[in-house]
Design a protein around this ligand. Structure first.
Ligand code: HEM
Length: 418
């Protein structure tokens, strides 16, 4: 009773406060509204927020069909432009890229991403430029990616072995979960030199923390759209983000301490080793500290884990759904691995584009190709209980990486003679 009473009061105060700010800012903003692109009419305070449901990308797609490929929405107090055609994307990401090169400073950036000390959320400017250079030259260069080749092959070998076991027993496997574990292991080995976790129980909890972090960063947070009420933490998200961020921080502190104690590892330097020697060197254009290293570790882990595994599960789902294409790919791999055609025509932008485009694209592509090629080459696949491929569920779940809504369950049959 007490809690519902206080909730009602909190909501009333929130609506009142918001309305006062809305009225004040509306007057100021009126002179700009004439030059805005077309868009649906919003309601006071919330703007167009109520038009977005559980799958906001689909709602935006429907709205854009009505209002055009450059559409204006107001999400709470935040003016938002939605761009949805290759031509418009090229205009924004090439011609006017500079104007849109900063990301919003949202609550997740504040609480989880070390107040923007990493690369992903850093404001566009000299700090971002320096960190981006550090990441692209020292961590994500072709040479560095190549140096982890043996590690990738070993992990892939273990992964294929576990699928071969399922093949021998003709049992179904949760391929989504297995691919996520593989991607997590590869990322951890590359970033801090070990699969953080050795037993099943700990592994789950590490995944769980990362998943919780990703989920919190993707959840609709009213404080991002009506900033004046941020301090009230109406949904309790800031509290949860602080908890997750503390778990990450303790873990990263421990990892950095272990690296400092271990000293120079010569050629087998993971990302943390590289960043520590950068921090200690006096010849750099800019200096980084421990907190910067922690923020970058987080970026590299979050940037590589779920993105690659989600891409793999979608590519593989499409192949399962189209067995004739799967056969063709198998034959093609058998013959020769040819040149890939990689369009950058602004039609599909899986890695973004422009200044803030993904710096891990080469690494992501390397992992995705390697895993998909092995899955296709080593096994034939069937769906459980004789399900026809046309019935494979292809629904997505909203999130930072937009994974499958339902995990992919499949039965592998090893098809190679050796
Ligand atoms: C298949 C794999 C991957 C996909 C689909 C992907 C996708 C993306 C996308 C769409 C963006 C936003 C681009 C924009 O705003 O225009 C991005 C940014 C980013 N990605 Fe990736 N990514 C992948 C792999 C990786 C890997 C392996 C890493 C690092 C180890 C990484 C690190 C980052 C970082 C740090 C940013 C932020 C860059 C900045 O703001 O300057 N990504 N990625």
């Amino acid at each position: 009773m007490y809690s519902s009473f206080s909730w009602t009061w909190t909501s009333l105060v929130f609506v009142l406060l918001s309305y006062v700010f809305y009225a004040l800012t509306k007057k100021r903003n009126n002179k700009y509204s004439e030059s805005l692109p077309p868009g649906p009419k919003g309601i006071p305070i919330l703007g167009n927020l109520l038009m977005l449901g559980e799958l906001p990308h689909r709602d935006l797609h429907h709205l854009s069909k009505q209002y055009g490929s450059i559409m204006y929405l107001r999400l709470g107090f935040i003016p938002t432009i939605v761009v949805s055609s290759p031509q418009a994307a090229e205009l924004f990401l090439k011609t006017y890229d500079l104007n849109f090169a900063s990301r919003p400073f949202n609550e997740a950036a504040k609480y989880i991403s070390y107040e923007r000390k990493g690369l992903s959320f850093a404001e566009y400017g000299s700090y971002w430029r320096n960190v981006r250079k550090l990441c692209t030259l020292e961590l994500l260069s072709n040479l560095k990616i190549e140096s982890f080749k043996t590690m990738r092959r070993e992990e892939l070998g273990l992964f294929i072995e576990s699928l071969k076991e399922a093949s021998r027993d003709h049992v179904e496997v949760d391929l989504s979960a297995k691919v996520l574990t593989l991607s997590t292991d590869m990322s951890c080995l590359m970033v801090f030199g070990k699969k953080r976790i050795h037993n099943e129980h700990e592994q789950k909890s590490f995944h769980a923390v990362v998943q919780e972090g990703l989920q919190l960063a993707a959840l609709f947070n009213i404080a991002d759209y009506i900033p004046y009420v941020g301090a009230l933490d109406l949904q309790g998200l800031a509290k949860r983000m602080k908890v997750v961020s503390k778990v990450f921080d303790d873990m990263f502190e421990q990892i950095i301490d272990e690296h400092v104690d271990a000293g120079d590892k010569g050629q087998h330097r993971d990302f943390v080793d590289v960043m520590l020697s950068f921090m200690e060197s006096k010849d750099n254009e800019f200096q980084i500290e421990r907190s910067n290293i922690k923020a970058i570790i987080l970026d590299m882990l979050v940037g590589s884990m779920d993105t690659s595994s989600t891409a793999i599960e979608w590519v593989f789902s499409e192949l399962l759904k189209h067995p004739n294409v799967m056969k063709k790919v198998q034959q093609e791999i058998e013959r020769v691995v040819g040149q890939d055609r990689l369009g950058r025509d602004f039609q599909f932008l899986p890695f973004g584009q422009g200044r803030r485009g993904c710096p891990g694209m080469q690494l992501g592509l390397t992992v995705v190709r390697l895993v998909v090629a092995q899955l296709v080459h080593c096994f034939d696949w069937e769906l459980p209980n004789g399900m026809p491929c046309t019935e494979l569920n292809m629904d997505e779940e909203f999130g930072l990486t937009m994974p499958r809504a339902k995990h992919l369950s499949v039965i592998p049959t090893f098809r190679l003679r050796i």
